[in-house]
Design a protein around this ligand. Sequence first.
Ligand SMILES: Nc1ncnc2c1ncn2[C@@H]1O[C@H](COP(=O)(O)OP(=O)(O)O)[C@@H](O)[C@H]1O
Ligand SMILES: [Mg+2]
Length: 254
Amino acid sequence: MLELRNVSKWFGGLPALQDVSFRIAPGQVTALIGPNGAGKSTLINCISGVDRVQAGSVLLARRPVEALPAFKIAALGVARTFQNLKLFSRLTVLDNVLTGLTVAAERSFAVSMMRLPALRHQERQLRLRALKALDDFGLAKKAHWPASSLSYGEKKRVEMARAFVSDPRLVLLDEPVAGLNTEETAQIARHIRRQRSAGHTMLLVEHDMELVMEVADQVVVLDSGRCIASGKPEAVRSNPLVLEAYLGRMEATA
Ligand SMILES: Nc1ncnc2c1ncn2[C@@H]1O[C@H](COP(=O)(O)OP(=O)(O)O)[C@@H](O)[C@H]1O
Ligand SMILES: [Mg+2]
């Protein structure tokens, strides 16, 4: 589904990603772990077209996409959430989720222009899909609330609903449980497990090793922009390089 080949990215001469290569098979969940500043969010930005890679390539279903703008990559079926929430605070929860469907809406826009009833029908269909996605994330009751009135945990779930509503081929989740309490974390973990059983391909940036071990088919470890290990969760967990570079440092800062 996704292949990164020697992806590199610098910010003002400082390397954020160096020669990162790995693959994600369809239907698999890959966890991307590593200490703060390792380059995880940068990598997600590079895959979704928010940032440009400066070397290497990003292939989506074997097609190079690293030169495409973000909206085209989204139209190819890549959806994401943001580490720092990016919701439209003045729109309702439902309208925020509908923005995740604009790609699908535009596809038949020309046709709809010719036939108004078809347009109305399509609009209804899109709203139904958005409501269904909100229901999946336990937010149907708050569909008409302004997004700004929701709690932090609920906002995180709105972002998840917006990411999954278009039935994307690949979903990039950047720290979906960061800042959540135990109960909210368990709730999001349930959603991730459910999306995994539904066959969604995901790249998940996550610090909670328990969750990673449980849901990931593959773990990729970044440290200072380099991929220092990748493989099955159990193998990565006992990799001495990872223990030293990641877990050791995490414990030291805990
Ligand atoms: N827009 C930016 N401009 C300059 N430096 C950046 C920018 N985004 C990220 N960085 C730097 O790139 C490195 C990787 O950051 P990031 O991808 O956010 O790490 P992570 O998500 O793993 O915590 C850090 O050193 C960070 O300071
Ligand atoms: Mg980050």
